[in-house]
Design a protein around this ligand. Structure first.
Ligand code: 5GP
Length: 185
């Protein structure tokens, strides 16, 4: 059985990070670490949350074809390092936590990738979560909310959509999806 590239995405603040953390704690997965030009938030570690790199290094990597996909959000670049993913996939299932445009680009490059969208139970709930996180400015929250409808409109390109109303349930549902898919491949 070959290893699976699992792409999890969904609007900012939907709880992807927490879900991914749970999946990693259960074991069997490797998380791809993206590169970004944005500044680290409190508590984020270089090489763990992201590889935080300067803009000129990022654009150099774009020119060298070093990214599986990349995009720009809120004035910063985010990209999936190709070498990192390909080397990890040799031994484990790999999880990518990226935005919808990135996910659809990955599906084009790797049709076998399993795309799962995590959606919020409702917009107000997501707004509450973003406020509680306390890491964004009011403008940052507005930008993230305005992207919400766009992200949700891309659901049809995904293999599965999971609503994160209850964390335990969402994690279980994702585990079941991955297990079933692996058995049927
Ligand atoms: P944040 O700044 O909140 O960590 O992330 C902002 C957005 O960038 C999120 O929607 C996140 O999923 C997306 N993102 C993170 N890493 C990547 C990546 O490697 N590629 C793409 N296309 N988007 C990413």
């Amino acid at each position: 059985m070959s290893n699976t590239l699992i792409v999890l995405s969904g609007p900012s603040g939907v709880g992807k990070g927490t879900i991914v953390k749970r999946l990693l704690e259960k074991g069997g997965f490797e998380l791809s670490v993206s590169c970004t030009t944005r500044a680290p938030r409190a508590g984020e570690k270089d090489g763990v949350s992201y590889f935080f790199i300067p803009r000129d290094r990022f654009t150099q990597l774009i020119r060298e074809g070093g990214f599986l996909e990349y995009s720009e959000h809120f004035g910063n670049y985010y990209g999936t390092p190709k070498f990192f993913v390909e080397s990890k996939l040799k031994t484990r299932d790999v999880i990518l936590e990226i935005d919808v445009d990135g996910a659809l680009a990955v599906k084009k490059a790797y049709p076998a990738a399993l795309l799962i969208m995590i959606a919020p139970p409702d917009r107000e709930e997501l707004k509450k979560r973003l406020l509680l996180r306390g890491t964004e400015t009011a403008e940052g929250i507005e930008q993230r909310l305005s992207r919400l409808d766009y992200e949700l409109s891309k659901q049809s390109g995904y293999d599965y959509v999971v609503i994160n109303g209850n964390l335990d349930k969402a994690v279980k549902e994702i585990e079941n999806i991955i297990e079933n898919e692996k058995q049927n491949r």
